[in-house]
Design a protein around this ligand. Structure first.
Ligand code: 3PG
Length: 362
């Protein structure tokens, strides 16, 4: 989008697909506005160049029109961050949307209702995509978090709006997750967590071909310990993935990658707030106890120090990791915090992202 100037944008209606899929609590209050803040630079740029922004997103996974998945609760925060009164539509297509879009002044923003209120969105229905596109002149996709979905608002609309280009957030995510990973500063270390090996196989295999050090964390480590013959007590284990864990350990060895697992573990006697807990060596989890967290061992301390030291490029992705970094007050020390969960994993696995491939500047 940075290559578009005032001549391309002044007075033009730009359909901006953002990923405003933010968590809301029961009172419809936003509990983390990271994705809204991350979407602001592109929208502001367009508004400053005199464009009219028609903003679209999904929220959650609604089946049909579902009030609790409305984008309405986002309007005050968006308006505050953009410094304009964002107009909200009751729908994402149809007569009202057409009228509101036609009435938009230069520098105005119209937020469409959740595109997933129509099943045609996820089906990438061409008629639906055409209707979405009909109210705008060109397309900017800044929804990196949804770029792994070939949906009407991420892929289908590009057939009807030209040019179709990437926004600043999309560009930045790709620069870090493709650029920094393809040409990393050495040594290159990756830390992968998650409760199941099965959902992380692709990314672990792909990283084994690139990194010098691979550190595993999260619930999946017990499957790795068990595969190596250690006692894991009542910890979560994917029994059918033991062979896979062994083969990943062997692959790492063959490639000269140091595969590191935590050396001490916080165990509990049950999974409950009033459980008793203690720290034990990872290779000796007592019977009837379950591993719940990584212990405060030397690796953990070294990691915290390394990831925040000067000259180190640190890329963080995935909801829980991002939340942990924010909670620890380390967010501004990271080089890049990705807004994509599934999208960043698929990208690291080397899978093509349909939302990116459909763009003219892909
Ligand atoms: C996400 O939260 O990862 C994105 O917004 C995509 O959402 P989805 O997994 O429901 O497609």
């Amino acid at each position: 989008v940075g290559t578009l100037g005032e001549a391309d944008l002044k007075g033009k209606k730009v359909f901006v697909r953002a990923d405003l899929n933010v968590p809301l609590d029961d009172a419809q209050k936003i509990t983390d506005d990271t994705r809204i803040r991350a979407s602001v630079p592109t929208i502001k740029f367009l508004l400053e160049k005199g464009a009219k922004v028609v903003l679209a997103s999904h929220l959650g996974r609604p089946k049909g029109v579902t009030p609790k998945y409305s984008l309405k609760p986002l309007v005050p925060r968006l308006s505050e961050l953009l410094g304009v009164d964002v107009v909200m539509a009751n729908d994402c297509i149809g007569e009202e949307v057409e009228k509101l879009a036609a009435a938009l002044p230069e520098g105005g923003v119209l937020l469409l209702e959740n595109v997933r209120f129509y099943k045609e969105e996820e089906k990438n229905d061409p008629d639906f995509a055409k209707k979405l596109a009909s109210v705008a002149d060109l397309y900017v996709n800044d929804a990196f978090g949804t770029a792994h979905r070939a949906h009407a608002s991420t892929e289908g609309v590009t057939k009807f709006l030209k040019p179709a280009v990437a926004g600043f957030l999309m560009q930045k995510e790709l620069d870090y997750l493709v650029g920094a990973v393809a040409n990393p500063k050495k040594p290159f270390a990756a830390i992968v967590g998650g409760s199941k090996v099965s959902t992380k196989i692709g990314v672990i295999e792909s990283l084994l071909a690139k990194v010098d050090i691979l550190i595993l964390g999260g619930g999946m480590i017990y499957t790795f310990y068990k595969a190596q013959g250690y006692a894991v007590g009542k910890s979560l284990v994917e029994e059918d993935k033991l062979e896979l864990a062994t083969s990943l350990i062997e692959k790492a060895k063959a490639k000269g990658v140091s595969l590191l697992l935590p050396t001490d573990i916080v165990v509990a006697d049950k999974f409950a707030p009033d459980a008793e807990s203690k720290i034990v060596p990872a290779t000796a989890i007592p019977d009837d106890w379950m591993g719940l967290d990584v212990g405060p061992d030397a690796i953990a301390k070294k990691l915290a120090e390394l990831t925040t030291s000067k000259g180190v490029t640190t890329i963080i992705g995935g909801g829980d990791s991002v939340a942990a970094v924010e909670k620890a007050g380390l967010a501004d020390k990271m080089s890049h915090i990705s807004t994509g969960g599934g999208a960043s994993l698929e990208l690291l696995e080397g899978k093509p992202l349909p939302g990116v491939l459909a763009l003219d500047d892909a």
